[in-house]
Design a protein around this ligand. Sequence first.
Ligand SMILES: *[C@@H]1O[C@H](CO)[C@@H](O)[C@H](O)[C@H]1NC(C)=O
Length: 291
Amino acid sequence: MAFAMKALVIFTLLPLVSFLHPSMARPANFARDFHVTWADSHITQINGGSAIQLLLDQSSGCGFASKNKFMFGHVSMKIKLVSGDSAGTVTAFYLSSETDSIRDELDFEFLGNRSGHPYTVQTNVYAHGKGDREQRVNLWFDPSADFHTYSILWNRHHIVFFVDAIPIRVYKNNQARGVAYPNAQPMGIYSTLWNADDWATRGGLEKTDWSKAPFRAYYKDFDIEACAVGGGSCSSAAVASSNWWDAPLYQQLNAVQARAYRWVRVNHMVYDYCTDRSRYPVPPRECLAGY
Ligand SMILES: *[C@@H]1O[C@H](CO)[C@@H](O)[C@H](O)[C@H]1NC(C)=O
């Protein structure tokens, strides 16, 4: 059943991949669009800068960030995660306003696991300084065997986290119901690989096995379709299609996406803060407002 559904989802979504990118994506280039924020020695450009390798060893993790900040758009990367025994490691890909007290942030965090155990993707949404909105999904494939596309759509209507073309999380703009929504500050694009064995794998029970180090994650096909703020400009792809991510088609999930999203929630979601009664005896307002 799960397999049939998986095939169904993937086949019916295939045409959507091009549909999701009506303009030809402007391939971002690592050297042009990003800079290293942490441990230069641990980030290596490969294939002429179109791909990079992040490395974690006992001395350091590493990270990079976009040179620009953006106001709405669609950002995606292909990532091949740390393989083998990756317990304790966390690879993150996120948008953040990097403003201390009133931070807006949209997080993808990939929590490693012991060999043969499923990789978990944790997502979180910070709006106006408040996060604590974790959801976790166990991936239905081995994300270290090959590159997969991880993307975030952010417009005035909703935020959608996609794994390949499949929505794994939707955070709607429920400002009318008094729920904070990130729409007042530009966000940059960030990524890091680090050791988080105090919490990442089974709540910190599983420690990083340093005898398996160094750990490596690979990134390629950076795609930023968004408007840069402060001196920058919209990427050419964005101008060409006059901000396609604002169009009515992208203001809510279509029927195929909604079905795929349900499939993820029913079959692959392993944690949802909305249903964690020990943490939230009264569910946060956005949980009641529906997904
Ligand atoms: C790791 O694998 C265990 C056992 O299958 C699973 O319960 C857990 O959700 C997985 N992910 C993490 C991050 O611990």
